[in-house]
Design a protein around this ligand. Structure first.
Ligand SMILES: [Fe+2]
Length: 169
């Protein structure tokens, strides 16, 4: 029987559950991969997505020195997104805000769905990004364009479906 080092009593099932959810991502393990949203960055996943069961993703993003950002307008459909710049600098443009340069030590929140584009970043740029939920979507260009691209159901199909519903009753 496992004994709690905190209480001296047997571990409760809740304490065991919490212990299983404990997550650590060691710097020494490295873990940067050229797999993520942008081909010009490397990503180190910090394991938060798994421990939060998809509620949040957190990663350290590092610039690939030989590559530049694509600079295209886009938005992220999420509930929360914030960035803490660890090294170097980045220059963004936000709709209604303007061009912003952020440097190491700066932290900013990108409101959900705000249109933005990245102009440039330093070769040594590193940042910590936290986004909720983990499987957030990225839309190219204005959200209205993306929404318009989604075709509505044809009227005939909708009428047939409604008729079937009525027939079942
Ligand atoms: Fe973005």
């Amino acid at each position: 029987m496992a004994i709690s080092s905190a209480t001296g009593k047997p571990l409760t099932s809740l304490a065991k559950e919490r212990a299983r959810a404990y997550t650590i991502s060691r710097a020494a393990a490295g873990g940067f991969k050229r797999r993520g949203l942008r081909a010009y960055f490397e990503y180190r996943d910090l394991g938060i997505e798994k421990s939060s069961k998809g509620k949040v993703v957190a990663h350290v993003i590092k610039a690939l020195p030989e590559k530049a950002p694509h600079g295209a307008w886009h938005s992220h459909a999420c509930n929360l997104q914030f960035v803490y710049v660890l090294k170097g600098w980045l220059k963004f443009e936000y709709e209604g805000v303007g061009v912003i340069t952020v440097k190491a030590g700066d932290c900013f929140v990108q409101p959900p769905n705000i249109l933005h584009r990245e102009w440039a970043h330093s070769k040594n740029m590193e940042l910590l990004e936290v986004v909720a939920p983990a499987n957030f979507k990225t839309l190219d260009g204005p959200p209205l364009v993306a929404a318009a691209a989604k075709k509505p159901k044809p009227v005939k199909k909708a009428v047939k479906k409604a008729a079937k519903k009525v027939a079942k009753k």
